[in-house]
Ligand binder design. Structure first.
Ligand code: MN
Ligand code: MN
Length: 301
């Protein structure tokens, strides 16, 4: 493989393999009425057992929730019957990140929409190549989705992945757009079409729930428990997103809420709200991480 060092290539490949296996195991594990937290914990445990670390909390986003829901501690929510479940997972090996997602469909009527998302991803993978304008890739994805009678989510994008970064540098919109950005040889990208029904708004907006967080600033907190939480976040997740679930038992339970609140209020960490389809319509997603090669790409996941 050219334009990428051997170490990066090896780690990316391994992160990709870990995720591919994890995704396939989750496809048969996820069932209606199952507690969502069981899915999150299973995914994260599989990633660790296979020798990687979660690059972000396992996202389980249901129906009109397009992305960014992971179980908070003690989550009692379950997978609803007849639902559309997007399981989005990330793994890293020594900071090299891979990202993949699959939509598990318990609603017969939405199967065709899930296939449209998968088909758009396949078309993107077949067409992506070095120096391709991101606008061209977006147009291919948009056209593929529309040709099947569905609508792309215009404000959710694929993205380049970097060391300890899930969203690095270049974005890959799922629609035709104005940009001079190009796909580069030797770089890794997550391609992720999001699809909804024809009569939907076709965009997402922030919901009120916030379950995923990330360290953005290093300002020493006053509260000693907040300080301890911050140290734990720095040492274990660096600049990668994390869940509140991952911070249990770092400080005494009775001090956790206040310490966590201080980190948020002082903007040392930020939260990512859930993304909800603006007209409340169901959303399907498919995602792979690919490495750009001279003659196209290598699918890592
Ligand atoms: Mn993802
Ligand atoms: Mn992604």
């Amino acid at each position: 493989m050219k334009n990428i060092n051997e170490e990066a290539f090896k780690n990316l490949r391994l992160a990709g393999r870990i995720l591919r296996e994890t995704r396939e195991e989750l496809k048969v594990f996820v069932r209606e009425k199952m507690p969502i937290i069981e899915v999150c914990e299973k995914a994260e445990e599989l990633i660790r057992r296979k020798g990687g670390k979660p690059a972000f909390p396992c996202n389980v986003s249901i129906n009109d929730v397009a992305a960014h829901y992971t179980s908070p501690p003690g989550d009692e929510k379950r997978i609803p019957e007849d639902s559309l479940v997007k399981v989005d997972i990330g793994a890293h090996v020594d900071g090299y990140v891979a990202d993949t997602a699959v939509t598990i469909c318990f609603n017969r009527e939405l199967r065709d929409m899930v296939e449209a998302a998968e088909h758009a991803l396949k078309k993107a993978v077949e067409n992506i190549q070095p120096n391709m304008p991101t606008s061209r890739l977006g147009a291919i994805i948009e056209q593929t989705i529309k040709s099947r009678g569905y609508k792309p989510i215009s404000n959710l994008t694929g993205h380049q992945v970097g060391k300890y970064l899930v969203h690095a540098g270049t974005s890959l919109p799922n629609v035709a757009h104005v940009s001079f950005a190009k796909v580069k040889l030797g770089e890794a990208y997550a391609i992720e079409p999001f699809v909804t029904v024809q009569n939907a708004a076709g965009k997402v907006e922030n919901g009120s729930e916030v379950t995923i967080f990330r360290l953005v600033k290093q300002k020493p907190p006053k509260n000693p428990h907040a300080k301890k939480l911050l140290e734990h976040i720095k040492d274990n997740f660096k600049t990668l997103p994390f869940a509140e679930r991952w911070l249990q038992n770092v400080v005494p339970q009775e001090h956790f809420k206040e310490a966590f609140r201080e980190l948020l209020l002082s903007k040392v960490i930020i939260g990512y709200p859930v993304f909800i389809e603006a007209s409340g319509k169901p959303v399907a997603q498919a995602e792979h991480t690919v490495l750009i090669a001279e003659d196209g790409c290598l699918v890592l996941t």
